[in-house]
Design a protein around this ligand. Structure first.
Ligand SMILES: Cc1ncc(COP(=O)(O)O)c(C=O)c1O
Length: 957
């Protein structure tokens, strides 16, 4: 009788690894065979320079299976305590409508999509973003809005920068109302330092004493006070300065919008429109301004254009790839923003409609009025005369007892100095909350009844002259989907227009569209992670602390750095935060004059944009013919910079898709000249387990958790860009004014609104590393294998522009379309659009080299999917041949007409190629047809006729 396998033999510790990787062992071997290689090890030896190899296993705990990892993380989550947080300060309890929770936030059709650079396959999320812009425009009372920024505090800093760009005033002073949220103040202070602006933080009553280029006001302010801003704004305008107003979106449903008071920029957080607090983020900031400043607005703007048939089609306008074009002159370094969260907020508005939203705002206000009346009658002094949802109370010597009583009732109040406490009510509050607050603030014998107070005529906290009178959200989209069936279908219709990872591979070079596994995503909506206010006492966030500290240790092990700063909430923010640390480090050594930042010509546009924000001067270093940093030029520029050299920013492997052999020497040159090395970590996924940035010579690097560590791209955000630093830079990373962080110097300001950035998505990366363990290296190796496999099979048809040692590429490769374009007139754009007809998202177009496509398959795509992509590309190449041979006219062929839509095939077909050729060019498309929603979008028309709000429904007909 044969022995049955033992339990230990039946253990499957690599179960998740096998699910994360696309090709199984046999498929990997077949791929290696086609490359003439015996093993993955041989490939890595041929590809990664031996001098930088990390020849050990990563110091990570053994991989856990999905259920065990979830159970461990659940154990952490349960150590977070869920109190009712009434701390306010820009973060409020909210209810995510369950239809949105399940069908957007928890739906890979929404969260795995990429930034809508290819608009024909992104009309769904573009429409949701346009709704977000309309919502912003309507509620702020301004003319133009963008499609989200990272958070309220960074939006304030962007507003200041915009004011400087456009104000006619020649002043270098920016005024900040001392009653702005403290984290806003801190981020603005940090940013002003980089820009070299002088900041005055003072009471608004003193504004008139200063000559400024702009001012930041808050309405209602951090203590809840509402004041008529008109006189202040008029004063600013008289001196040709801009009025930037931070505001609360919910309050604007009942308050006169700042735009109507004359504000030039209005911004804030849309968090309380259905997005959980998540211990600080991610949430979408909104940002609105005047039409005349449209070219100076930071971030992405969605605009209305038309497609090749003249139908309405949406696209990103003006700012698309702004940094790549304007580099250090760009409006900002914002690249990844907060698309998923902006879409949740806009869907929240669609779901509730204007009446529903108004009811929520009125209810919050009424609860606050009842609370205020009861407290006033019992002699508690309120410091803000007027209010929407926030009360600041003078409680004197009772403060300690009140705080203790609040703790016992599991309520977090805002604790202010000098015997004051604050509180903000929100959508989740009700009569019981108010009753509990009476008990907490007045003791048990107050004799108040919420119902009795509600029956009385209690005055509004909003003065008559600031009661909102103008209508909002009148567009049909906000008035049509109020039954759950309609809402469900609307969300599904939008989702169906878009191509996300749940449809097909998205081979975007530099963007790393790898698997975002379901087990990684599950914890983010657990209440213990989702509903924590970022400023709760640390003892209520023990689970978060355990998870974050462990993740930091793991990231240190992976990168070789000594410390991690979790605050930056995108890759570009990481760049900025890292450069600031470098700047402060130089200053601490009396070398504050070091301000030159060397950047290779191949760098991503955010690099120079971030350097400029950190107050550095950018000097470009050329690349040689092989695509590597030109060492001679580097040496020359470093020597020329001399004691002005601050740092180098380098991406590794390079954006050209190769492991540059000279990287260690490059770092050494910079260090010899007293500079620091900033490594752009966008390509860290090709290093994990194979090399470590700190060992190579980097002093600081950001890690795109939304690339290498599986946070989904969300259609253009959220992201996370924590930085790793070597010990000497650790004291100089960001701190936080409300929740000071151990490690960095106390005087360091914040770079983001929340202490740990977008903390609630960190469980995704935690889960990924916990489930992969030291086998993370396998992911890097398979990603490199997949890229080389594609390069091998495509290079005959489309030349691979750059290769490294032994003719190998790293984890991505650039296909050069320029020679073909010269011969046939078919461009990289035509190929990109034609791929849509085959059901694929295009590779990265024209970055880093114009006229090319950069392909990154990642480790998560199966061999079958890679083969399908290869077949599609070769089939497209054959189509180009037909054009070249003259069988199809240069302007009337499947490539120039791509993508094809249903509208193309329902009319009379009079083209020189067949219908089937157009829409079902291969076997896969005959079985699984994905239809682009619109024909090719007219970019030029869109920019010439900029229109960035919802169009009337009739325009779609
Ligand atoms: C090489 C490189 N650097 C920086 C960035 C900016 O990162 P983020 O979009 O997270 O701000 C990107 C984004 O794609 C990138 O590819």
């Amino acid at each position: 009788m044969s022995q049955s396998p033992s339990l230990s033999q039946l253990r499957d510790p690599e179960a998740f690894l096998r699910r994360h990787l696309g090709p199984d062992a046999a498929e990997q071997q077949a791929m290696l065979d086609s490359l003439g290689l015996g093993s993955r090890a041989e490939l890595i030896e041929q590809t990664v320079p031996p001098g930088i190899r990390f020849n050990r296993a990563l110091d990570l705990p053994p991989a856990l299976d999905e259920q065990t990892a979830l159970a461990k993380l659940r154990g952490y989550a349960e150590q977070n305590q869920l109190f009712t947080s009434l701390i306010g300060m820009g973060y409020h309890g909210t209810v995510t409508p369950t239809v949105i929770l399940r069908n957007v936030l928890e739906n890979p059709g929404w969260y795995t999509a990429y930034t809508p650079y290819q608009p024909e396959i992104a009309q769904g999320r573009l429409e949701a973003l346009l709704n977000f812009q309309q919502l912003t425009i309507d509620l702020t009372g301004l003319e133009l809005a963008n499609a989200s920024l990272l958070d309220e505090a960074t939006a304030a800093a962007e507003a200041m920068a915009l004011a400087k760009r456009v104000a006619k005033s020649k002043s270098n002073l920016f005024f900040v109302d001392e009653n702005c949220h403290p984290q806003t103040l801190s981020v603005v202070q940090t940013r002003a330092e980089g820009f070299g602006f002088e900041l005055i933080v003072d009471a608004v009553d003193n504004l008139a004493q200063h000559e400024v280029f702009g001012a930041l006001l808050q309405y209602p302010d951090t203590h809840g006070e509402i004041r008529d801003l008109k006189p202040l704004i008029n004063h600013l305008h008289a001196q040709q300065a801009l009025a930037c107003v931070a505001t609360d979106l919910l309050s604007l449903l009942v308050l006169t919008p700042p735009g109507e008071l004359g504000a030039d920029v209005v911004f804030g957080s849309s968090q309380r429109f259905g997005v959980p607090m998540g211990y600080g983020g991610p949430h979408a900031a909104f940002f609105a301004s005047r039409e005349e400043y449209k070219r100076a607005i930071p971030g992405r703007i969605i605009g209305v254009s038309k497609d090749a048939r003249g139908n309405v089609a949406l696209r990103m306008a003006l700012q698309t790839r702004e940094q790549h074009i304007r580099r250090e002159k760009a409006n900002s370094n914002i690249c990844t923003a907060q698309v998923l969260l902006a879409n949740i907020a806009s869907c929240y508005a669609v779901y509730h409609g204007p009446e529903g939203l108004k009811r929520i705002a009125q209810r919050v206000h009424r609860l606050t009025c009842i609370l205020a009346a009861g407290l006033e009658r019992n002699g508690i002094k309120r410091l803000n005369r007027q209010f929407f949802d926030t009360l600041t109370l003078e409680v004197g010597g009772a403060q300690t007892a009140i705080i203790e009583s609040a703790q016992a009732a599991q309520i977090n109040l805002r604790i202010l100095g000098r015997g004051r406490v604050g509180l903000s009510l929100d959508e989740t509050c009700d009569e019981h909350t108010v009753a509990k607050l009476f008990d907490v603030l007045l003791g048990a014998d107050h004799g108040l009844s919420v119902d009795a107070l509600d029956a009385q005529d209690i005055a509004s906290g909003i003065p008559d002259e600031l009661q909102r009178s103008t209508p909002y959200l009148q567009h049909p989209v906000f008035n049509a989907h109020h039954s759950e069936t309609e809402m469900l279908r609307y969300l599904k219709q939008l989702e169906n227009k878009d191509l996300a990872l749940n449809q097909s591979m998205i081979p975007l070079g530099s963007c790393t569209m790898k698997l975002n596994a379901t087990s990684e995503m599950i914890p983010i909506t657990w209440p213990q992670f989702a509903h924590l206010h970022p400023f709760v006492p640390r003892e209520q966030a023990v689970g978060y602390t355990l998870m974050i500290e462990e993740l930091e240790r793991w990231l240190c092990a992976i990168t070789g750095f000594d410390a991690i700063c979790m605050q930056p909430n995108s890759g570009a923010q990481g760049e900025y935060a890292g450069l600031l640390a470098i700047r402060k480090y130089h200053e601490s050594r009396g070398e504050g004059a070091r301000d030159i930042c060397l950047i290779p010509s191949s760098a991503h546009g955010t690099n120079p944009a971030s350097a400029q924000m950190a107050g550095m001067r950018v000097v470009i270093v050329e690349c040689d013919e092989a695509g590597n940093v030109d060492l001679d030029d580097l040496q020359l520029k470093a020597a020329e910079a001399g004691n002005k050299l601050s740092c180098l920013m380098a991406t590794y492997p390079s954006t050209h898709g190769v492991y540059e052999e000279g990287i260690s020497e490059i770092c050494a040159v910079i260090h010899q000249h007293g500079g620091q090395v900033y490594m752009d970590g966008a390509n860290l996924n090709a290093q994990v387990g194979l090399a470590r940035p700190a060992d190579i010579g980097a002093d600081v690097s950001h890690m795109n958790l939304h690339k290498t560590f599986c946070i989904p791209h969300g259609g253009g955000g959220p992201g996370m860009g924590p930085i790793g630093v070597r010990a000497h830079l650790a004291p100089f990373v960001a701190n936080h004014p409300v929740v000071p962080i151990d490690g960095p110097l106390a005087q360091n300001g914040a770079v983001s609104a929340a202490p740990w950035g977008s903390a609630s998505i960190l469980p995704i990366s935690w889960m990924y590393i916990a489930m992969m363990g030291p086998q993370l290296a396998d992911a890097s190796e398979v990603a490199i294998l997949a890229a080389n496999y594609l390069a091998q099979h495509l290079s005959g048809a489309f030349p691979v522009l750059y290769t490294g040692r032994n003719g190998r590429v790293a984890h991505e490769c650039i296909l050069d379309l320029r020679p073909l374009k010269a011969q046939t007139g078919i461009s990289e754009e035509d190929v990109a659009k034609r791929l849509m007809d085959y059901g694929f998202h295009a590779p990265t177009m024209s970055f880093p080299v114009p006229g090319t496509l950069m392909v990154e398959p990642t480790e998560s795509e199966s061999k079958a999917e890679l083969d399908r992509f290869i077949a599609a590309m070769l089939s497209i190449r054959a189509e180009i041949n037909e054009v070249q041979k003259g069988n199809w006219p240069g302007e009337d062929n499947p490539l120039k007409r791509a993508p094809h839509t249903l509208a193309d095939v329902t009319g009379v077909w009079e083209r020189p190629y067949g219908v089937e050729q157009a829409i079902t060019p291969d076997a896969h498309t005959r079985l699984h047809k994905y239809w682009p929603a619109v024909n090719r979008v007219d970019n030029v028309y869109g920019d010439r006729n900029l229109y960035c709000a919802c169009v009337p429904v009739d325009d779609y007909r």
